[in-house]
Design a protein around this ligand. Sequence first.
Ligand SMILES: [Ca+2]
Ligand SMILES: [Ca+2]
Length: 209
Amino acid sequence: MIKLLSFAILCGLVFGENCTYPTHIRCWTDWFNSDDPSGAGDYERLPRIITENPGKICLKPVDIQARTQPGVEKDVIHQKDAESGFICRNQDQVNKMEKKCNDYRVRFSCHPPFCGGGVCWTKWFNRDRPTGTGDWEVLEPLRAENPGDICDDALYIEVVTADTLTPAISTGEIFHAYNPSYGFACRKKDQKSGYCRDYKVRFGCPCEN
Ligand SMILES: [Ca+2]
Ligand SMILES: [Ca+2]
């Protein structure tokens, strides 16, 4: 892991965004809260978050999550994508009692070394075979079938083929899901070939001291 991180850092310094990181590991960054809903709304925009948190977030994340306090009235969200970030505009909240967005925080899916601290890996899981609609290695059933084996707040996911241990991103297949909150899914209908390889997954959890 240390070797991998050193390479990633070196690679990033030398090649910048053209760098191809030698990793198929995806992970969630820390949560960021760069704005509040006073003014026009809650604007959690990626360029600003990158500028305010140098080195803590990759320049081209592949996924985004936004979260507010549980149980609050739902908002109309103007924008939520990994390329530009998250926007909730107060002007869109016409059906709410208070015509104002909640305060959101966001996090992005990157690759090491742009995610949290120490990581402790689970064992490998392979609960499905690509015989039906595809290969579904989804976190919820994995948790149910392996009680206590996967932490509640997995930050990393690693996916390789079950036979040759080829990193998922090197197979050329297109993935329906690939993140540590949902897990992994390869659907046959998304592939030109019409089939998926058999994958196994493991999750990275914060290490317990
Ligand atoms: Ca906010
Ligand atoms: Ca599988």
